[in-house]
Structure formats: structure tokens, C-alpha cells
Design a protein around this ligand. Structure first.
Ligand code: FES
Ligand SMILES: [Fe+2]
Length: 411
């Protein structure tokens, strides 16, 4: 069952024209930067995606531009540019670009400015500023894929929070974890107890009992139910959704709690940006650990150490009962696992078990999309303009044994 070396490479690599990276570029919108990091006329931000550098800025009128980092003139970094009067002005020779990426001023060029500016080719990218995130489409051509209106992208800011952090491992390790139901009650036992104020019964049920998994492929990815028999002929069902190419929509512990969406965007082959979104469809979130984060570009915290000191694992805390020794945040526990797996982990000799079905499916869907792209086709699970992503629901609940879990999810 282990993967071949070729498939592991195809699955994980995104740089230098690797098919997976090119497929993502062409067919998916990529979350690039939390919206609040870009202030009108504020500092531009350097962002790295799929092994290339870009610059993002918010112009005076509030619109966002994303360009190649390197100025098309003589390639100084536009991350150093002035952001003034509806445009980014390169500090080397003063060329200025508006948020659409048009060159509007080239003061060191004599002759017809308008004609010259029009003739200069600027690599600029389509942008959407939605759901507290600036998304970018890095593909070629004029037709961007339809934007996925995920369940949080149209909610008021009070009903969602967005944070992200750069993590030094390949992105797929994190995507796999978002769908890995059987780690939740183990790795996150202590952090879940702490945040739930003394014990979350249902989360603990996920630890005690190996789940039976049932899958259903969807035009956007798949959904699956993790089913655990509990007392009195009841079944605890957790229904989660995977939306290509990296969104894990995780069911909340109860109806009043926010839903969490984890996603992991490839910065390059050995770095990803982990995103944590929480939302509630009908109530303001109030102040949460996420929304109280001091820096939404750098949260949750990475493990505090390096391999020499076991990534800063706190063994004293473990002696006092903490399960992992990473009390910083649930995300810190995940990052410690990803980093300990290595920069790109070798899937050729792993030994999987019955709980790994959802992880295997993530890989299968990503590999299929990369192969379809290599065959010159659009991926099956992309470009569905009629699909209403807002209706995707991840839910948990106790149902009588023998009841179809879909009834829970489709209410
Ligand atoms: S390098 Fe940017 S204006 Fe010359
Ligand atoms: Fe986790």
C-alpha cells in the first residue's frame, strides 16, 4: 500500500514546473495573505507561493494588487517600493504600478509615456479579497477558475477569524493531517481539555474508539463520516469535508461552537503556510484564541525549539500530565508532528492502518488532478461554477445505530 517514490514526488513537489504546482497555479485560487495585513498605502508584502516570489499591496482606494516581486525594469524588489497615491512606486527608478498591475509612470523614460507604459509587460495576477483573505490566481490566460465561495467567505468579519503561519515542511503533510480524524483525540487530548474548560466528552470518545470510515466523493473533493459506536445502540458520527486542493472543513464539537477550516498552501517544496479559519454561520465569534492573535501572519506558534532539544518539548509538563509537552496551541502540536516527519516525508515505507483511509483519499484526489493536468485536461474536481460551496457542512452528532449519517449532514 505504500506509495512509489515517483508518486511521492508527484504528490509533494510544486517548484520549478513540477506538475502539481503547475496544476494548482492554473486551476485553483490560492489564499495568499490575510486581508488585514494589507493596509491602504501601507507597506507592501512579500509573499512566496509555489516557489516564486510576489508582492501584494493595498492601494489608496482599497483595491489589492499582486505582482511579481521583481520590478519589470531592472528587477529591484517591489517589496521595497513606496505605496502612494493608488500605486506602488519602485524606489530604484520610480516606475509606478496601479493595483491592476498597469505601469502608469516611468519617469526615467523620455518620449511618449503612455505608449511606453502600455508596451511594458508586467506579470500581474487576478485577486479576490474575500472572507478576510486575499486570494490570488496565478494561472495563464484570461479565464480564472470560478471562485470557491467557501462557507466563510461571505460571512461578516465578526463571524470569522483568520490566522496563518509559515511552517518548515512540505504542504501535503499538513493537508493529510486536516483529514486525519484519528489523531485528534490523541495528539490534541490535553489542548482540547484545556480549551473546553475541563473535558470535551465527545473529543475524548474519538480517542477511545477506532472509527469506521465511510466516504462519498463530491464534485469539490469528498466527505466522510467517522463512525464510532457508543452506548445504547448509538453511533457518534463526525462528518468532515475535504475541498480540493487543500481545505479541510472540520465539524465543530457542538452546534454552538465554530467550525474550523484548516488549509496549507505551498510556499515551496519544503515550506508551507498553515491557515486556521474559524467561523460560525449565525453568531459573532466574540474573542477567541484565534481572533486575539497578535499577528495573523504568524500564529499559531511554531514549536519553540529545534531537533537538538526535541523541538522544545516540555517533559516537565508531561510529567504533570500534559500529553504532548507542547501546550502553546493545538496547532503547535500539529506543527511538531509535521516538522518531526521531515521536510518531505518518505511515504514509500510507511505502514498504514484502517484509520488512514481519509489520508489516502486526499493523496488519490491530488494525484488524479496532477495526472489529469499532465494529460492536458482540467481536473475533475475543479471548475464547477454551479457548485454552491457555501452549502458544504461538516457536522457531528449522536445518531441511532443503523441510521444514515447523511441525514445528519444534509439537515
Ligand atoms: S528597477 Fe524598478 S524602476 Fe528600475
Ligand atoms: Fe491536528
Amino acid at each position: 500500500m505504500a506509495m512509489t517514490r515517483e508518486d511521492n514526488e508527484l504528490l509533494t513537489r510544486v517548484e520549478n514546473g513540477a506538475p502539481m504546482g503547475e496544476m494548482i497555479r492554473q486551476h485553483y485560487w490560492i489564499p495568499a495573505v490575510p486581508s488585514i495585513k494589507l493596509e491602504a498605502d501601507g507597506a507592501p508584502m512579500r509573499i512566496r507561493l509555489l516557489g516564486k516570489n510576489y508582492v501584494a499591496f493595498r492601494a489608496t482606494d482599497g483595491s489589492v494588487g499582486v505582482l511579481d516581486e521583481q520590478c519589470p525594469h531592472r528587477k529591484a524588489s517591489l517589496a521595497l517600493a513606496q505605496n502612494e497615491d493608488n500605486g506602488l512606486r519602485c524606489i530604484y527608478h520610480g516606475w509606478k504600478f496601479n493595483s491592476k498591475g498597469d505601469l502608469v509612470d516611468a519617469p526615467n523614460h523620455t518620449g511618449d509615456q503612455a505608449q511606453f507604459c502600455k508596451a511594458v509587460r508586467v506579470n500581474r495576477y487576478r485577486v479576490q479579497d474575500r472572507g478576510g483573505i486575499v486570494w490570488v490566481w496565478l494561472g495563464k490566460g484570461e479565464t480564472a477558475p470560478p471562485f470557491p465561495d467557501l462557507p466563510f467567505t461571505d460571512l461578516p468579519a465578526s463571524q470569522r477569524s483568520v490566522t496563518s503561519v509559515e511552517v518548515p515542511t512540505n504542504w501535503v503533510q499538513a493537508v493529510e493531517a486536516s483529514m486525519d480524524s484519528s489523531h485528534v483525540g490523541v495528539l490534541h487530548e490535553s489542548t482540547t481539555q484545556i480549551t473546553a474548560g475541563g473535558g470535551n466528552q465527545r473529543m475524548l470518545m474519538t480517542k477511545a474508539l477506532a472509527p469506521k470510515l465511510e466516504f462519498e466523493e463530491q464534485p469539490y473533493g469528498y466527505r466522510y463520516a467517522a463512525l464510532r459506536s457508543v452506548d445504547d445502540g448509538q453511533v457518534y458520527a463526525r462528518v468532515n469535508n475535504f475541498v480540493m486542493p487543500w481545505y479541510g472543513i472540520i465539524c465543530p464539537p457542538d452546534a454552538n461552537s465554530p467550525t474550523t477550516v484548516f488549509f496549507s498552501t505551498p510556499v515551496d517544496d519544503v515550506t508551507h503556510r498553515g491557515w486556521f479559519v474559524q467561523y460560525h454561520a449565525s453568531r459573532p465569534l466574540g474573542m477567541t484564541i484565534m481572533s486575539a492573535s497578535p499577528d495573523v501572519w504568524n500564529f499559531p506558534p511554531l514549536p519553540p525549539g529545534d531537533p537538538k532539544d526535541n523541538w522544545g518539548q516540555n517533559r516537565d509538563l508531561m510529567k504533570r500530565g500534559h500529553k504532548t509537552g507542547f501546550p502553546q496551541h493545538l496547532g503547535t502540536e500539529d506543527f511538531a508532528m509535521f516538522i518531526s516527519q521531515g521536510p518531505i516525508y518518505d511515504r514509500t515505507d510507511e505502514q498504514l492502518c484502517s484509520a488512514d483511509g481519509a489520508v489516502i483519499r486526499v493523496r488519490q484526489l491530488l494525484l488524479r488532478a496532477a495526472r489529469e493536468f499532465m494529460d492536458g485536461k482540467a481536473p475533475t474536481q475543479a471548475h464547477h461554477p454551479q457548485l454552491d460551496y457555501r452549502r458544504i457542512r461538516s457536522v457531528g452528532g449522536v445518531i441511532p445505530a443503523g441510521t444514515d449519517w447523511r441525514a445528519l449532514a444534509d439537515q
